[in-house]
Design a protein around this ligand. Structure first.
Ligand code: SAM
Length: 244
């Protein structure tokens, strides 16, 4: 999978993504990440890319033409028009389902705004998806783009050492992941749940599923509403509620 990030701060993006698992995956050629500096496409000698908004108001706006030229530089090299995500607090909130869907793309362009955002006309022209990483306003789209690249990349086959670890995780089936433990068996008086030491695979799976259900009920009841539960799991929740 190939990510193309249109940004005014390419170093910020590349420094952040060139480390650890994502950096290693890029090194192995499982994915590629290029940051395209929008400033390289400024059309004036001062290389400025922003101007005052018509109608007044606070702050500056990124101009349409440099953004468009940066997009063209990427799209012109591709066989078909790519999906272009504009990172924006006005977009749909990013989630695991969206990450899974976007991981199917071969090419993905991520457009990072700055200042007060970007001239609407170029957004109308090139953007296919508007995505937010949450209901708060950041200074730029670089951190959101990095969040998206990270979440999507780990779903690309081969990026994680063990593909199974991307399968049984929080948000799969609208459930949060069960609690996990590593050595030692006892830490400061706290023991690892007995069932996990039993070696009994079916019992371990049952325990994990129950823990996932209860944890989701406790921390993210909104997710549980979208989850298909068995009668036994519904009863488990009822018992848990009445014990509280
Ligand atoms: N004036 C814009 C508004 O009210 O919608 C906010 C602009 S924000 C200060 C500058 C840039 O940061 C945006 O163009 C966008 O790329 C990025 N940004 C800020 N918050 C974001 C969020 N929650 N999710 C995704 N991108 C965000």
């Amino acid at each position: 999978m190939n990510f193309h990030i249109l940004t005014l701060f390419p170093d910020m993006v590349m420094d952040g993504l060139n480390t650890s698992i994502i950096g290693r995956a890029a090194g192995k050629g499982l994915l590629s990440i290029e940051a395209v500096n929008i400033r390289d496409y400024a059309f004036n000698k001062h290389q400025s890319v922003d101007d005052y908004p018509y109608g007044g108001g606070a702050g500056m706006l990124m101009q349409a033409e440099p953004v468009y030229l940066a997009y063209e530089a990427v799209a012109g090299k591709l066989e078909k028009a790519p999906r272009v995500v504009y990172l924006s607090p006005q977009g749909q909130t990013f989630n695991q389902q969206m990450a899974e869907e976007l991981a199917q793309e071969e090419e993905l362009v991520l457009l990072c705004g700055h200042y007060e955002g970007i001239d609407e006309r170029v957004l109308e022209e090139i953007v296919t998806d508007y995505v937010s990483i949450g209901d708060y306003v950041l200074t730029g789209g670089e951190l959101p783009a990095m969040v998206m690249v990270d979440a999507i990349s780990r779903l690309v086959p081969g990026v994680l050492h063990n593909d199974v670890s991307a399968e049984f995780e929080s948000f799969q089936d609208n459930l949060l992941e069960y609690p996990q433990y590593s050595r030692p068996e006892e830490w400061r008086g706290k023991k690892v749940p007995e069932v996990l030491l039993s070696g009994h695979h079916a019992n371990i799976e049952k325990w994990r599923r129950e823990q996932s259900v209860l944890r989701t009920k406790e921390r993210r009841p909104d997710l549980l509403e979208k989850c298909e539960l068995t009668d036994a799991e519904k009863k488990l929740i009822e018992d848990y509620e009445s014990e509280k």
